[in-house]
Ligand binder design. Structure first.
Ligand code: ZN
Length: 219
């Protein structure tokens, strides 16, 4: 706790809310250092050579550095923490009905092939005295999506994180995604969508809550 609050001080600007400081802290600390970026960039050089490319041709001159920057972005979730992201965005509330954030755009990378999977996440919870800003739900999705993933684990990690941050009566996460490792290679099934779900608390235990959630998803 001590080190975290003193670390956040560096990211303070006059007039910022606790929320804005948290945002800046999460953004700045998610970068790689120079040495890590160089290593990544060298690795991309090796990949280009290994596939038979001429790394001195004009179009590829900056590719290793650009690809390293892209990978830094796509894996920034490893360097972010849910607690920094939700910091300052949890509020007291008497709400007791299902809160659903639907159709959150999701971009992640399959850990088996390092190819993207793209889809939508639907996240619901039933408050137990606390609610969270809606944009933060999307940010929690990104923290876990921007790592190397399999869809099943991504779904569970989002649900567990929300459970831990809010201690709600229940959490439900459903993800629909298309996997480029299936679409571009191998079986080349262009239109198959994978669906995963994780139901916790009252979504798991109470059939009526679950069916209300499923009917909200269809609207
Ligand atoms: Zn894959």
């Amino acid at each position: 706790m001590q080190s975290r609050s003193s670390a956040s001080l560096e990211y303070m600007r006059d007039g910022d809310s606790e929320f804005e400081i948290g945002e800046r802290f999460a953004r700045e600390t998610s970068r790689l250092d120079g040495e890590q970026l160089d290593a990544l960039s060298d690795s991309f050089c090796q990949i280009l050579k290994a596939v038979g490319e001429d790394i001195s041709r004009e179009g590829l001159l900056k590719t290793p550095v650009r690809a390293a920057r892209a990978f830094e972005f796509l894996t920034q979730g490893y360097r972010q923490r849910v607690e920094d992201i939700v910091n300052g965005a949890i509020f007291d509330s008497d709400a007791s009905e299902i809160i659903l954030v639907k159709d959150i755009e999701l971009y992640s990378m399959c850990e088996h092939h390092l190819l993207p999977f793209i889809g939508r996440a639907h996240v619901a919870y039933i408050p137990n005295g606390k609610v969270i800003g809606l944009s933060k739900v999307a940010r929690i999705v990104d923290v876990f999506a921007r790592r190397l993933q399999i869809q099943e684990n991504l779904t569970t990690q989002i649900a567990d994180a929300l459970m831990e941050a809010l201690r709600p009566n229940g959490v439900a996460v459903v993800i629909d995604a298309k996997h480029l490792c299936m679409m571009m290679r191998g079986v080349e099934k262009q239109n198959s969508v994978m669906k995963t779900s994780c139901l916790l608390g009252s979504f798991k235990d109470d059939a009526r809550t679950r069916s209300e959630f499923l009917s909200l998803l269809k609207d």
